[in-house]
Design a protein around this ligand. Sequence first.
Ligand SMILES: Nc1ncnc2c1ncn2[C@@H]1O[C@H](COP(=O)(O)OP(=O)(O)OP(=O)(O)O)[C@@H](O)[C@H]1O
Ligand SMILES: [Mg+2]
Length: 310
Amino acid sequence: MSADAVITVEGLAKDYGHLRAVDGIDFRVLRGKVFSFLGPNGAGKTTTVEILEGLRRATSGHLSVLGLDPWKHASELHRKVGVMPQGFRFFDKVTPREAVRYYARLFGVRTDPDALLRRVLLSDKADDTYDKLSGGQKQKLGVALAMVNDPELLFLDEPTTGLDPQARRAVWELLRELKNEGRTIFLTTHYLEEAEQLADWVAILNHGRIVTEGTPTELIEKHGEGPRLVLQASPELVSLLSQQARLGLTIRDGTIQIPIHQKAVLLDALNTVARSGLPWPEINTERDTLENVFISMVGEIDESGEVRGA
Ligand SMILES: Nc1ncnc2c1ncn2[C@@H]1O[C@H](COP(=O)(O)OP(=O)(O)OP(=O)(O)O)[C@@H](O)[C@H]1O
Ligand SMILES: [Mg+2]
């Protein structure tokens, strides 16, 4: 095991009766990194997270979280990690300030509720009861409570689901700060842009198996189609461009796509377009996002049962 790994998982499986929710997965999470777990509904993300938190028992596999077996050493682990469960909720008549104090007493730590609530931009709601908070404010409280014990490792299960774009970016900023402080973050999300922005390492889970993992850039390079020139053109221009085999042109959704791995190819294509004198209503360059990769991978796996390019 590398000295840098705060989480090591080998052959993890979890059965709920006859349902195999997690089907033999291996991964490592390195210290100080943001590790993002992606996958469609029911993929097994929360099950895995809850096993790592020591809340659920694995059916089989070897696990180490901060050097501990999460099931056997759950109480020791709980002192060291911060947890925001999926769909976090709290008691209706408790205020954020009281909630932070309550958690601090539970952990036996000294915490300044004002400072903590300021960090999550919740100071102005410190004394409103939970049932008066908006969806986003409730989630910010969830993040605050995950931080009460100053944890070196945080598990955040969909912390930004349901937040408006501004509130989501505020949480991203907070997660970046937590990372800059050297904390490790295990983040599950359905927002691919969020993973692309924040994650050092992404693992895509589907039907309980990791179908691919890597840095966001690696995954886009490995599974995406590469940068391309996209233009809408008349049939005349299409036929002119088609004559140049080396452009590697394809036609998709009524637009021409030309891969631009080499600058020479891009310049050739543009020259042909310019010299033709034919109209071209729109010309753009495109590259894949993590979302494109995710949708094509998870979609294709479901259709064929095979993993493309993995
Ligand atoms: N306590 C449970 N008892 C039985 N089956 C469960 C239980 N919890 C989860 N499952 C099943 O296990 C599978 C994985 O669920 P899990 O909650 O881990 O998925 P997820 O990836 O977190 O999904 P989501 O994105 O919807 O949160 C699903 O088929 C789910 O129905
Ligand atoms: Mg879940």
